[in-house]
Design a protein around this ligand. Sequence first.
Ligand code: AMP
Length: 310
Amino acid sequence: MIMDVLIVGSLAYDSLETPVGSRADELGGSASYGGFSAAFHNRKNSGNGIALVGVVGDDFKSEHLEWYNASGLDISGIEVNRGETFRWKGSYHGTMAEAVTHETHLNVFETFQPKVPTSHSKPQVLMCANLHPSLQSSVLLQATAKRVSILDSMNLWINIANEELRELIKKVDILVLNDGEVRMLSGDENLITASNSVLQMKNGGILVVKRGEHGVLALHPEGMISMPSYPTSNLVDPTGCGDSFAGAMAQILSQGSGEVSRAELAEALVHATVTASFTIENFGTERIRNLTNEEYQQRLIEYRTITNTS
Ligand code: AMP
């Protein structure tokens, strides 16, 4: 079956500490968050399916594979290898604007060679969620997006795989980064000039800059987009907000055809923003996995009213 969205990224057990509390071995990873988010929109829009590509260790709980299945995700591209699942330990302080990484254990990802099932090699949208650029690169060689390719990354790879990342961003249609990463990659403090120089590095296309509580800025060939975040006081755990944001955007864009217009991107960003606002309201994937259509529609209407766009 032709997938709407193919997501490659990390599948992880996270240890999290936020001002609200802490959790150990919480199911996480960029592909998990991106997948649950895209799967929610896939069910809502009666799409053709979302598939994950990644690796877990033999310590991965079958209950968690069941969670992927239950949300309708195709997991035939997930390998179970000998060893431990990827682990990430992070904490958030104050306004929880930034994650402080304490530990990253690649474990089974260290020797992972992604294999995209042939049946999944021509998705509408290919989403390379946060992962080592060489693994993202390998997936870009095995799969071709019929419509849009999206790439996400993080400060770690800007630091230790800079050249590789700079080459990779030229090969995708949409680059998604947060404001700190854009500043870091460009070496420029001013977000607008920094974003413009990253787009130049990328040789054009679309750049989406996630700005946490300040919303999103996007550079599109037809013009800029700037949107606020959904104002919520219920901040529990921001882990995976960026990935759920990108997962929602990917699924919405998989439903269109031709070039992505500025108006279409703006609409996808509305859904990405509203979706991410749910992820933050509980630890791990809890909130995004159990999100109902009614809750979503209600917040979507509220967001459009708040931003005067309804
Ligand atoms: P976000 O908060 O959206 O940036 O995503 C956080 C998720 O990224 C967590 O679930 C982590 O497991 C995952 N993550 C953290 N560091 C890495 C890394 N170096 N490579 C891949 N995934 C990571």
